[in-house]
Every structure is written in C-alpha cells, then in structure tokens.
Design a protein around this ligand. Structure first.
Ligand code: GDP
Length: 348
C-alpha cells in the first residue's frame, strides 16, 4: 500500500532563470509590488493537482482521468515575490472511494522561505467518455506517520466543514445580520442617497470553447475556466475599489457541470459585499451546449480582494448596498464566508 509521501509531486516555476516565463506571469511590466497574475497561479495549481492525482489513479486504472470537483478556501498568506522561484509541493492527503484530496503548498525558497498559500483540491477519478463516464474505485492510502494521519483527518474535516457551511447558508439571518441588512436598506430610502448599488457593480463576458482548450477528451481544462472567472472578477472589482484590489482569498470553487468543446460560456461577475478594505466578488460560469438545448451552471466562485495602495497598505472601500432579495442573500453569504475565513486566520 502506498503512503501519502509516495505521492509527492513538485512543480517549479523558474521565475529567476526563465525571462519569458516571468514576463508571462507579470501583471505589469514595471517593478510594482504584488506583480504575480493570480489567475495564472490558479491555473497552474489546478494542473498540478490534476497531475498529482493522475499519477496515483493511473497506477491502478491506466485509462482513467481525473476531474476537479472542488477547491477549498485558499487564503493568500504573502504576495508573490517575482525575483524568486515558486515551488508547488503537492501530495495526496486522503483517498476516498473514487475521490481524493490533493494538498498543495505554494512557497518561495530563500531565507526565510515565503509561504504563499496552502490549497486543497478535491479530484474525482472517472473512466469512459461523455454519458458513459463512470467513477472508478480507488485503493486507499496507508497513513503511517502522525503528520499523514493529521492531514487525512483534516481532509475529512474540510469536507464536513463545507457541508456544515452549506447547511448554515440556508439558515435565516441572525438578529445582528438582520439589522445589518435593514440598515443597508433604510439608507437607500434616505433622500439624497448616493451609495453604490450592488446591482450595478457587474461585468460579464462570453466565450466559445475550442479544441485548443481541451484537456481530458471532450472536457475543458478547469484551471482555464477559473483563471477567466478570476480575471473578470478582478476587472469587476475595480468598479468599487478606489485603489488597487489584490487577491486575498478564494472562498471555495465548485465544479458542477463539465464544459465541453463547442459550448458557449457566459461568465458573470458581481460585487456582492464589501467590508473595511475587503471586497467580495462572485463569479459564475454558465455553459450553453452546442445544440443549445442545455444550459447549466458550470462553476461558482467567490473571490475576496483587498484594496491596497502602492505599499500594499490596506485602504478603505465604500459600502455596497444590496437592493433586493437575491442581492441580500449573496451579501449575507459573502459576509458569513468572510467571517469564517477570518476566524481561521488574518487576511493579508
Ligand atoms: P497542512 O495541510 O496543514 O499540513 O499545511 P501545509 O501548508 O504544511 O501543506 C499543505 C499541503 O501541501 C499538505 O496538506 C500536503 O498535501 C502538501 N505538502 C506539504 N508539504 C509538502 C512537501 O514537503 N512535499 C510535498 N510534495 N507536498 C507537501
């Protein structure tokens, strides 16, 4: 039986030695702080998770493939330093029946090592194509060392936490939350109200998927979709950020329906919540099949940005005002999600 340590996989982005690569990952061709394209980083992460998972799955099922089912909260600990390499250290933490959790530690070597983020991907092993695709059963891992046992336990805990959070989302607002929403609504009734209405803070984009983007047969590379969603979210965010919004966290991404070649994709982003220097942007991807008969939500992401000045000092963001039931629900969900993230750790 294999142990988690035997599934280790490392990818290195050689920003120091590969000039073309560094340029590809830059936001601006200027020496600004926080100059790493976060969307591309997410794309690399998804690819690394896929490779780490596939190495394991293909030992037992040579023809199987893996798809991303979900990405757990990612909190950015430090901004990336473009003058150092980036290491992605991946390892399988836990194997379930046909799903597995891949953990990835993103760091930059040097003294001291810079911890960028720790990420957890849930991947599912599948075999067969299209409608005939089925999940395959995977042999488990042997968790010998304490750290392996802990990580396996934490993987299960993350799954439980997510279920609990989803259940909580259906809970009505607490008294405090209700008052928060009431205040936001009464402000809008005041004469001369000039606040930012959440409903106006949106952006959208359309795209058709071509064979070039194909990853596993007939499916589209998940990392690419998240990158596009993130990039639209960051553009949308600038409508409310008085300074520069930089990514602080991804509050979980779910993959509901696979995207296929020939699909048209509709990306929508909206600012749903702000608090202090934080801005939450929801980005959804809807797929419309080539024969135009199927329309389904493919992805739903919530990104948290912080508004900073050139020195990365946090700067305040105006309030946004939800005006209807749907906007209230999104405002509340983002509010709860951010409280949850902050309970665990300080956002950058
Ligand atoms: P942890 O998950 O709470 O232990 O947080 P870490 O930031 O230490 O690690 C995040 C994830 O990255 C872990 O769950 C592992 O799956 C993976 N990982 C951590 N350290 C290493 C390492 O040295 N090598 C490899 N290949 N993967 C690692």
């Amino acid at each position: 039986m294999m142990r988690p340590v035997d599934t280790s996989f490392t990818k290195i982005l050689s920003l120091t030695s590969d000039e073309a690569l560094r340029r590809r990952f830059m936001v601006l061709d200027e020496p600004i702080k926080a100059n790493m394209r976060f969307g591309l980083l997410l794309e690399v992460l998804d690819k690394v998770a896929e490779e780490a998972a596939l190495n394991y799955v293909n030992r037992y099922h040579p023809d199987a493939r893996v798809v991303t089912a979900a990405i757990d909260n990612i909190v950015v600990r430090h901004v990336t330093d473009m003058s150092r390499d980036v290491h992605f250290k991946a390892r399988i933490n836990h194997v379930g029946r046909s799903s597995l959790e891949v953990g990835i530690r993103v760091e930059q070597p040097g003294g001291p090592v810079r911890h960028i983020a720790s990420c957890y991907f849930t991947m599912v092993a599948r075999s067969g194509m299209g409608e005939g695709a089925v999940s395959v059963v995977l042999p488990g891992l042997d968790y010998e060392e304490d750290i392996e046992k802990e990580r396996a336990a934490k993987a299960l805990q993350r799954r439980e936490d997510y279920k609990r959070q989803q259940a909580l989302l259906k809970e009505p607002p607490s008294r405090e939350e209700f008052e928060m929403l009431t205040d936001l609504h009464s402000a809008q009734d005041e004469p001369g109200f000039s606040g930012l209405l959440a409903g106006r803070l949106t952006a959208d984009a359309w795209e058709r998927m071509y064979p070039e983007q194909e990853n596993v047969p007939k499916k589209i590379f998940g990392g690419y979709l998240i990158r596009r969603a993130y990039e639209l979210a960051s553009i949308c965010c600038e409508q409310v950020a008085p300074n520069r919004p930089i990514p602080a966290a991804v509050n979980r991404i779910n993959f509901f329906h696979p995207v296929r070649m020939g699909d048209k994709l509709h990306y929508t982003a909206r600012v749903v919540y702000t608090n202090g220097s934080m801005i939450c942007v929801e980005a959804n991807i809807e797929r419309i099949s080539r024969d135009r008969t199927t329309k389904a939500m493919s992805n739903s992401c919530l990104f948290t940005f912080v508004n900073v000045d050139d020195e990365l000092q946090h700067q305040p963001v105006p309030l946004v005002y939800p005006a209807n039931y749907g906007e209230d629900a999104r405002y509340l969900a983002a509010h709860r999600s951010c409280q949850d993230l902050r309970k665990h750790r300080q956002l950058i």
